[in-house]
Write a protein that binds this ligand. Structure first.
Ligand code: FAD
Length: 390
């Protein structure tokens, strides 16, 4: 039998990981001090300055395809770097406060060359903000049935009417993608995807307050005229395309969950070494040690589930069930770990000067966004019942 050296990272990936870890320590974390508690980016001049350093260091958009200006890392590499970048207060939704670049919605890669150049390349190059609008007031877990926003063909244009809800960043974005029912008789195959640019008449986002830090919007879509050239993929393909491309997002989504757990646990370990109650350090109490130990075990399990899925993806194997497994499990681990850290910090765990209170709010949503936990359980059990898992 061949000598198996074990799964692991290439020397190149280890070097990139170490470079990002150092960059986070030297550039990102010092600038985080003094930021408003729920900030998602630095003040403009600092954002520009650190982003330039990240570009110069070759750390820009590492997970985007090389041909469109990204670093071309595979999914495993992207997860390794995301875990590092997520180790800051904004880490769950804005790893590294976005100083390492921003990514367009994945479905853009199903676009034609003109769309790719106009939207993917500029977004990666200039760090543009974008949005993704699938959820409607009628539901988000099952968009194939819930989408009611309609598109009517009018010559070379489409006229869109309806509404969307909970769309992150839609009011600040340069452009985004909107999913619309263009054929009411075809169910899932009757949904198409359109690119909509900001300030398009008939497209009006309004802030919709939620407890998470990033702003969500509801969007009124009223007689919004969009040219046929703004359709992504073929008519009726929109939902299938995006669900296929969305699945792999679950790996770096999970990696961000893991990164925040790592940051939280390291702060908790420092805290319990200094805090004394009843004449003893917290670190000497078994109740505290067990919280740390259970958390570490769960974080490592979540990391390996995520990496296993990435490896399958990168080998070209079917990874859908692994994507659901790591998304489901890492969301639960994040919630458990942050909750335990709050407990170890006592009242300070809920104080705004520490990051736990923010992470706790955001962690609650991690079990709903990108598919609620119940839907992932459904996918996993369906795989088991149909015999896809062995
Ligand atoms: C802060 C925030 C940001 C968001 N950002 C975006 C965005 O950028 N773009 C976008 O399109 N959407 C976004 N969403 C919407 C999000 O994706 C949806 O909230 C999510 O998909 C669930 O849809 P829903 O809220 O309509 O819940 P529903 O679909 O009504 O489901 C409600 C609950 O029912 C349960 N459930 C659902 N299906 C099943 C099942 N088969 N079996 C058992 N239980 C089930 C789950 O517990 C689920 O939480 C965001 C939401 C929030 C709160």
């Amino acid at each position: 039998m061949e000598n198996f050296e074990g799964f692991g990272m290439s020397d190149e990936l280890k070097m990139i990981q170490a470079t990002i870890r150092k960059f986070m320590q030297e550039e990102v974390l010092p600038n985080e001090i003094g930021l408003e508690h729920d900030s998602t980016e630095f003040p403009e001049d600092i954002q520009q300055e650190i982003s330039k350093k990240a570009r110069d260091a070759g750390l820009w958009c590492l997970g985007a395809p090389e041909e469109y200006g990204g670093g071309g890392l595979n999914e495993f590499g992207f997860c390794v770097v995301t875990e590092e970048m997520a180790q800051c207060r904004a880490g769950l939704y804005h790893p590294g406060y976005d100083v390492f670049g921003r990514y367009p919605p994945n479905i853009i890669y199903a676009g034609n060359e003109e769309q790719l150049q106009k939207y993917a390349v500029t977004t990666i190059r200039d760090g543009l903000k974008t949005f993704f609008a699938v959820t409607e007031p009628s539901g988000g877990s099952d968009p194939a049935r819930a989408i009611q926003t309609k598109g009517r063909r009018d010559g070379d244009n489409w006229v869109l009417n309806g509404s969307k809800i909970f769309c992150t960043g839609a009011g600040e974005a340069e452009w985004g993608v909107v999913f619309v029912r263009t054929n009411p008789d075809k169910g899932r195959q009757g949904i198409s995807c359109f690119i909509i640019e900001k300030n398009t008449p008939g497209f009006t986002p309004h802030v919709f307050e939620v407890m998470r830090s990033t702003t969500a919007y509801e969007i009124a879509i009223e007689d919004c005229v969009v040219p046929q050239s703004q359709m992504l993929g073929k008519e009726g393909e929109g939902l299938d395309l995006t669900l296929r491309l969305l699945t792999k997002n679950r790996f770096h989504y999970s990696a961000a969950n893991i990164g925040v757990c790592v940051a939280a646990l390291s702060q908790a370990a420092e805290h319990v070494k200094q805090r004394e109650t009843f004449g003893k350090l917290l670190s000497e109490r078994q109740a505290i040690q067990w919280m740390l130990a259970d958390s570490e075990v769960e974080v490592r399990a979540a990391r390996w589930l995520t990496w296993e899925g990435c490896w399958k993806h990168d080998r070209g194997e079917d990874y859908r069930i692994e994507a659901s497994i790591c998304k489901l499990y890492s969301g639960d681990v994040l919630w458990n770990v942050i909750d335990r850290c709050v407990q170890m910090f006592g009242g300070y765990g809920l104080a705004k000067e520490y990051p736990f209170e923010r992470w706790l709010r955001e962690a609650r949503f991690r079990r709903i966004g990108e598919g609620p936990s119940e839907v992932h359980r459904m996918v996993i059990s369906r795989g088991l019942i149909k015999g896809y898992i062995n």
